[in-house]
Design a binder for this molecule. Structure first.
Ligand code: PLP
Length: 272
């Protein structure tokens, strides 16, 4: 079971779990629960509970901040209720920290902000600082199936392990929470209008922000204008995504944020 709008990967199963990739292929036994901006948290919790009552749910997947769906994040109370439900129905709570993990939003993992402990964490990206590596951490008392094969093509790679070690050593020497806090305050200072109001255009935390424009055309025009200004921003549909590195030079971040503010002001005024 997953929440609509979360992104857990591009394989057939992970895509069907949460993120509608519109391919029209049905994958049985995966439940996608309505969630996100505009969906009441109570409604999402009831839908989760109804599904858990079937007794046929092995795991509930959570992406703590929806990196490809408007940067949505529920309240801490929502995740605490999710934790209670998963425990009550003996379902594993899996946190996908692939994007949020290793200090992207401040703490080492986002679940710490939610005040709960998942049963399983999936991580990748920042832990290798660019080296392709990912991992799964499982609560110690959960037995792994003895039928599981001993290895696979890319598992137990010593070079990947060395890259993760070196990255963690470097992170530990950097005071990542302070650096991420500085990134967040720079982003908020340059784009205050976007984070304001009950339906903000920009959602996120720390060094991870998603900005919603009105149309994909506006998003594309913004990205092109930003590129001309020397700023590279990722986008998907009508959303732009800001993922500055922890070590971004403060003057470069200032320059990028001020270009983003100028370009978006122009786009939003032009779009009415
Ligand atoms: C939250 C999240 N989970 C999982 C993945 C892994 O997806 P894939 O391995 O298909 O690239 C990503 C990749 O972007 C991600 O952002």
């Amino acid at each position: 079971m997953g929440l609509a709008g979360a992104m857990h990967g591009k394989s057939l199963a992970t895509a069907h779990l949460a993120w509608d990739n519109g391919d029209g292929v049905a994958v049985p036994d995966l439940a996608r629960i309505p969630a996100g901006p505009g969906v009441d948290e109570g409604r999402t919790l009831s839908a989760i509970e109804d599904r858990l009552r079937t007794g046929r749910v092995g795991a509930l997947y959570i992406e703590p901040i929806h990196g490809t769906s408007l940067g949505w994040e529920g309240t801490a109370g929502f995740y605490q209720d999710v934790r209670t439900l998963a425990t009550r129905f003996a379902t594993l709570l899996v946190y996908d920290e692939v994007l949020t993990g290793f200090h992207r939003t401040g703490e080492r993992f986002r679940f710490l902000r939610h005040g709960i402990a998942p049963d399983v964490i999936v991580f990748g990206k920042a832990c290798g600082n660019g080296f392709p590596v990912a991992g799964v951490a499982v609560r110690q008392d959960i037995a792994l199936s003895p039928r599981m094969l001993l290895g696979s093509t890319f598992s137990n790679n010593p070079l990947a392990a060395a890259a993760v070690h070196a990255t963690i050593d470097c992170l530990d020497s950097l005071d990542p929470e302070a650096l991420v806090g500085r990134i967040e305050s720079t982003v908020r200072r340059h784009l205050p209008d976007l984070v304001a109001g009950p339906a903000p255009r920009m959602r996120g935390s720390g060094a991870m922000w998603v900005i919603a424009l009105d149309t994909p055309e506006q998003a594309l025009a913004s990205v092109q204008a930003l590129r001309r200004a020397g700023v590279c921003v990722g986008f998907h549909g009508r959303q732009l995504r800001l993922l500055p590195p922890l070590t971004v030079r403060p003057d470069r971040l200032e320059r990028a944020c001020s270009a983003i503010a100028d370009v978006l002001r122009g786009q939003l005024v032009a779009g009415g």
